[in-house]
Design a protein around this ligand. Structure first.
Ligand code: ZN
Length: 163
């Protein structure tokens, strides 16, 4: 069952997709265009609707208690300074958390998921075809945890189903 309008409808929805910076928006569009269609449809048609917003204050994925059933992916404005590929990797990783049912995610925030969940999200993003962007994203992150994840990616621990 093909529903090609889902992604373009979402990106055009100014309530659910409030990303104004052109570079961040381009990265977001690239991720959604490369996601397997079944995945993007599942994410965007989820019972907990995804809202994607741009913020100068926080980054990462946050589930807001005041809006039950809502998933908010907040993309920090600072992403616009990063190479496009790295931002694509970060967004793919965050969407992987959502697809895997992980909650309370932040790329560089205080609230961290368990390391196992980070590895799972990395592996999922690789399966979707984002191994290269994931490596670019982790290479630009100095913290030890990111370097450990990078080492696993570079060892080929996760397989990119698209080759
Ligand atoms: Zn993560």
């Amino acid at each position: 069952m093909k529903r090609p309008g889902v992604v373009s409808d979402f990106l055009a929805d100014q309530e659910r997709c409030r990303v104004s910076n052109r570079r961040i928006r381009r990265a977001l569009e690239e991720v959604f265009s490369r996601l397997p269609e079944t995945v993007s449809q599942a994410l965007l048609n989820c019972k907990r609707p995804i809202y994607i917003v741009q913020s100068s204050r926080i980054g990462g994925v946050v589930t807001l208690g005041f809006a039950p059933g809502l998933t908010l992916l907040t993309l920090n404005e600072a992403l616009k300074e990063r190479p496009l590929g790295a931002t694509v990797g970060i967004i793919a990783h965050e969407l992987a958390h959502l697809a895997l049912g992980h909650r309370f995610v932040a790329w560089e925030g205080k609230r961290k998921l368990r390391l196992r969940e980070e590895y799972e999200a990395d592996a999922q993003a690789c399966q979707w075809g984002f191994r290269g962007p994931m490596i670019a994203a982790l290479k630009a992150t100095v913290e030890e945890e990111a370097q450990n994840r990078l080492a696993i990616l570079l060892q080929g621990g996760y397989h990119d189903q698209r080759g």
